[in-house]
Design a protein around this ligand. Structure first.
Ligand SMILES: Nc1ncnc2c1ncn2[C@@H]1O[C@H](COP(=O)(O)OP(=O)(O)OC[C@H]2O[C@H](OP(=O)(O)O)[C@H](O)[C@@H]2O)[C@@H](O)[C@H]1O
Length: 255
């Protein structure tokens, strides 16, 4: 077991909007009810119990009453906004500062294959955070949002365009295990929807606290090692109903 030393704390202000007034910097933020590595959690970032995932169909307004057959039709309630996916060609990693990069993970703390292995090489400090988080046995269907390891511009005259130290990382726990023990496809898909909602909620909380989270990007999650057709994952993602304050768009990048 590696030491529980937390990854370097990013300096708060550099991730914040200039007019932000709150102060603590999250090294890690997760919104699920499992125990976090408490030494990484700022004091005002207590976890609020996460409400159970709300089925999309509960978001719609109640059906209009049919008391009178002659009454004019009531104004239809606005249809819910669903998550939008846009497609882009190129590597996930060649991203501007503050970009949030999302990938699918198991809960065993490996990052030993596929794009996860690339994450491990490029973002060693984030891997430490992920590893420590996995020691707390996160549940499938939750997400982990990891703050950049270094603030943009730190130690540099100018921020480099694609400085990996400035990227946020989003881990979606879509399967508990990997390889032959990975979850069944329907479980992976259900967990994907839940985990993505969890992540969108975390991003919104960060932004509410004044932190700058840039564009949100993902690879075609689940479609490699987890063996789930991208189209199935895509459908689950597109069915996510966007709540107030949530990001409504995610970029999908494919090399
Ligand atoms: N630079 C790049 N830019 C953009 N897209 C890139 C790319 N490089 C590869 N891709 C694509 O990224 C998709 C995902 O393919 P992957 O097989 O990696 O992931 P997955 O989501 O199916 O499975 C997750 C399990 O793999 C790991 O395993 P371990 O932890 O080691 O056990 C995890 O942790 C999980 O457990 C495929 O479309 C690749 O073409």
């Amino acid at each position: 077991m590696p030491s529980s030393t937390p990854p370097p704390n990013p300096s708060a202000n550099t991730h914040k909007r200039p007019n932000a007034t709150t102060s603590p910097t999250p090294t890690i933020k997760r919104t699920k009810t499992t125990t976090p590595p408490s030494d990484l959690k700022p004091s005002n970032m207590e976890e609020s119990p996460m409400p159970p995932p709300t089925p999309d169909n509960m978001d719609s307004a109640p059906a209009p009453s049919n008391e009178s057959t002659t009454a004019p039709a009531t104004t239809p309630s606005p249809s819910p906004t669903h998550l939008t996916l846009t497609y882009h060609q190129g590597s996930l990693f060649t991203a501007p500062p503050h970009t949030l990069l999302i990938h699918a993970c198991n809960t065993l703390g490996k990052w030993g294959a596929g794009i996860a292995l690339a994450f491990k090489h490029i973002y060693p400090s984030a891997y430490k955070t992920y590893y420590n988080h996995c020691a707390s046995k996160p549940a499938r269907g939750t997400a982990l949002l990891i703050a950049p390891s270094q603030p943009p511009g730190q130690g540099q005259a100018q921020v480099q365009d694609q400085d990996p130290g400035t990227h946020w990382i989003g881990c979606l726990f879509t399967s508990a295990k990997y390889g032959r023990n990975k979850d069944a496809e329907d479980v992976i898909l259900r967990s994907t929807g839940q985990a993505m909602r969890d992540l969108l909620r975390s991003i919104a909380e960060m932004e509410k606290d004044g932190f700058v989270v840039g564009t949100v990007r993902m690879c075609k999650i689940n479609s490699g090692k987890f063996g789930v057709e991208w189209e199935a994952t895509e459908q689950v993602l597109r069915e996510i109903v966007i709540e107030e304050g949530w990001r409504g768009e995610v970029e999908v990048w494919e090399p």
